[in-house]
Design a protein around this ligand. Structure first.
Ligand SMILES: Cc1cc2nc3c(=O)[nH]c(=O)nc-3n(C[C@H](O)[C@H](O)[C@H](O)COP(=O)(O)O)c2cc1C
Length: 369
């Protein structure tokens, strides 16, 4: 699974892995891919420093990157308290009533939700970058559009390639115009925030729109056949997120959630605003149904919704309240049927890729070439 881009980065496989877990990021890079650590949950710079130190010690000198969630539009001087104050009482009551209906216990006294909006604020992302540029990261990716121009310049001064996710060719062109090095074309099937165009249509659209910039295909990829398909559509590599949730190195807090992911089929997800206020693909649960129900109050825009549900999501996860328990994940969840190590995922990807290429050659009458 080699391409011009993988050769340029000195990696064996053109497989990029987004993960919130340092152990998974390091294992992806050790297995010959390119691990990218999601930084959104690091509101304290020292925590990020600790985990980058850990990656450095466990990556065997292989390259890795960091993913931040930096908003394209700068919002000056808005605090979490200001955003709190904008949440209508009726929505707060809906959260209280829904949790009460399922008997979800309270968090313990003084226990705070691990999931706040602050990681989406530009200053927090900038603090993360101040830490990250002291490490030999090779790639900086941004989830919410092109990073600001000064960040792109700073990354390039540190010899760090800059990538950003795009859900349409129009977004991808903006990234190219902003001087980015790589575009991640993320299709509708993907876990997390996602647009409305499926990978089969999106990948070649983006490849053509930003040529000659390298494009990574994301969304719905979990097998070697799908890697081969992405390269056939013109991608220089693939960017996988969901498959790493159920690897043995992952640290998902809830065993029941892992069971749910392993049992889910490809129709078990929904693109819902329930988690953040922007459409994000996730497991469909009675929680997402409640928010998507026209009889309910409906969701609030980002970042209000994320703040509104932060404690509720932590409580649901901590107490493993089955009907409400979910996570962002893509349609590829239907193929995530057993816990495997990161290395085993790579072995399966490589085998499936070779089989797919052989099959295409056979079908095209090119066997032996
Ligand atoms: C649990 C989860 C969290 C995610 N969080 C982020 C994030 O913080 N930043 C980001 O750029 N992408 C995020 N994504 C999207 C991934 O980077 C990736 O584009 C996507 O998972 C690819 O599609 P797939 O889920 O079909 O593999 C997330 C995906 C998942 C499943």
């Amino acid at each position: 699974m080699q391409t011009e881009l993988s050769n340029r980065l000195g990696i064996e496989h053109a497989v990029f892995g987004f993960t919130p877990f340092p152990a998974v990021a390091a294992a992806i890079s050790r297995a010959g891919g390119f691990g990218v650590l999601g930084a959104v949950r690091y509101t304290a710079p020292d925590d990020l420093k600790r985990d980058l130190d850990w990656i450095e010690a466990h990556v065997d000198g292989m390259p890795y990157g960091l993913d931040v969630v930096m908003p394209a539009r700068k919002v000056e001087g808005v605090t979490e308290a200001d955003v709190e104050a904008m949440i209508p009482e009726g929505h707060r009551q809906f959260v209280v009533d829904t949790l009460a209906k399922y008997g979800v216990p309270e968090l313990a006294e003084g226990e705070v939700s691990g999931w706040r909006i602050t990681g989406w604020m530009e200053q927090v992302a900038r603090n993360q970058l101040d830490v990250a540029f002291d490490y030999p990261i090779r790639l900086l990716a941004n989830a919410l559009g092109s990073p600001p121009a000064d960040v792109v310049t700073r990354a390039h001064e540190h010899d760090v390639l800059v990538a950003a996710l795009a859900g349409s060719a129009r977004h991808a062109v903006k990234h190219a115009e902003a001087g980015l090095d790589i575009v991640v074309a993320q299709g509708y099937e993907a876990g997390g925030h996602t647009g409305e165009i499926a990978s089969m249509v999106l990948t070649p659209d983006v490849v053509d729109a930003v040529d000659p910039l390298p494009v990574l295909a994301a969304g719905g990829i979990g097998s070697g056949q799908q890697v081969a398909a992405a390269l056939a559509l013109g991608a220089q590599g693939v960017w996988l997120g969901s498959v790493w949730l159920t690897v043995t190195e992952a640290e998902l807090p809830s065993p029941k959630l892992i069971e749910k992911l392993l049992a889910a089929d490809s129709g078990a997800t929904v693109r819902s605003r329930a988690l953040t206020g922007k459409p994000a693909r996730q497991l469909r649960t009675e929680w997402t149904d409640a928010w998507d129900d026209p009889a309910g109050p409906g969701t609030l825009p980002m970042p209000l919704q994320g703040l509104l549900v932060a404690d509720a999501v932590s409580r649901i996860q901590k107490y493993e309240v089955d009907p409400l328990l979910g996570t962002p994940v893509g349609q590829i969840v239907g193929r995530m049927n057993s816990e495997r190590s990161v290395q085993a995922v790579f072995d399966d990807l490589t085998r499936g890729f070779e089989q797919a290429v052989d099959r295409i050659n056979r079908i095209a009458g090119r066997s032996g070439q």
